[in-house]
Write a protein that binds this ligand. Structure first.
Ligand code: COA
Length: 318
């Protein structure tokens, strides 16, 4: 039996830091409102000319180094992003060229904040069926490019960053199961206006019905957590670490409560980088691994929820 195992993690945040106090000068908001409603304290924004691909390459190289895998040995790239450099070619192909691992499959997955979970699930299946030995899974975004900086309801939430994992074929279990979902009835609640086929006349900008998104996110994430445990015949107490989508501390707290987990067993990084969409789960995972909290052999539950709605989870023996 072949399994896929996470052999290395990496992440990258742009150098430019924008605090809540900085945002007070841009929109009608306060540090206190942002902290109490979202848990966010600061975020990182890409400088002019710095792209999703640039951030992804840095995260990817760090993950490859951690896994001790040469860039040229990667044979599969699944790249989650909603803010690609170009309409085409996809960011996976562009990253392949930068890393010099030409010829094997490379593509992007565009399921908003759940893009990394979808990309991870697809890559896991390719490794398990023997078609890939070493896959690179990316979540990277420059959401600052599709943020309406005059809209205080979204400008305080979204930001830029990248995370990556290397998946390798292994005899021992690594990724135990993945669970993906989508429900297109909710597309009006969270979307980016402006598009290709509908016309590019409008400047792309995130539109969100925050309160409604919040309620459904909590419900769907709670359900997918239950589904993941049931599929593996596990009790809630079996999970060592929850590595959640970093959108809002209150959504994270609700999911942790569902798992009966104290916040000390949850990797929380939302205060440092806001909602980086596809990048948020691998950013949190890498933070937990690098600061020594997450150890080899521990059981992790990864989950994310985003526009569409799309959502998903993965149970991982690290
Ligand atoms: N600063 C100050 N006040 C703000 C504000 C801001 N940045 N944004 C909104 N407000 C105001 C609203 O105008 C409203 O004022 P009113 O009562 O006078 O009408 C008040 O704050 C409450 O707004 P509301 O939208 O009800 O707040 P909330 O408690 O629902 O929090 C979110 C708003 C966006 C933080 C919250 O709904 C949320 O996190 N939703 C999920 C978003 C998310 O995670 N999306 C991505 C999923 S991947």
């Amino acid at each position: 039996m072949i399994y896929s195992r996470i052999s290395g993690t990496g992440s990258y945040l742009p150098e430019r830091v924008v605090t809540n106090a900085d945002l007070e000068k841009v929109v009608d908001t306060t540090d206190e409102w942002i902290r109490t409603r979202t848990g966010i304290e600061r975020r990182h924004l890409a400088r002019e000319g710095e792209t999703t691909l640039d951030l992804a390459e840095k995260a990817a190289r760090r993950a490859l180094e951690a896994a001790n895998v040469a860039p040229g040995d990667i044979d599969f790239i699944a790249f989650g992003t909603t803010t690609p450099d170009l309409i085409f070619p996809n960011c996976g192909v562009m990253l392949q060229e930068r890393l010099g691992c030409l010829g094997s499959p490379a593509f992007s997955v565009e399921t908003a904040c759940a893009s990394f979970m979808y990309a991870l699930s697809i890559a896991d299946k390719y490794v398990r069926c023997g078609e890939s030995k070493r896959a690179l899974v990316i979540g990277a975004e420059t959401l600052s490019r599709i943020t309406d900086w005059s809209d205080r309801t979204t400008a305080v939430l979204f930001a830029d960053g990248a995370g990556a994992v290397v998946l390798e074929a292994s005899d021992a279990p690594g990724i135990l199961s993945t669970h993906l979902h989508a429900d297109g009835r909710y597309q009006e609640m969270l979307y980016c206006k402006g598009g290709v086929s509908r016309g590019l006349a409008e400047k792309p900008a995130i539109v969100m019905a925050g309160k409604e998104v919040f309620k459904i996110a909590v419900t769907k994430l709670g359900a997918v957590v239950d589904e993941t445990l049931a599929a593996n015949g596990l009790e809630r107490s079996a999970i060592d670490w929850l590595v959640p989508h970093q959108a809002n501390i209150r959504i994270i707290q609700a999911t942790a409560a569902k798992l009966d987990m104290p916040l000390e067993k949850v990797i929380v990084t939302v205060q440092d980088h806001g909602n980086t969409s596809a990048a948020s789960v691998p950013l949190a995972l890498d933070a937990g691994v690098r600061d020594g909290r997450i150890k080899r052999g521990e059981l992790l539950l990864l989950e994310a929820f985003g526009g569409g709605f799309t959502w998903g989870s993965a149970l991982v023996r690290f």
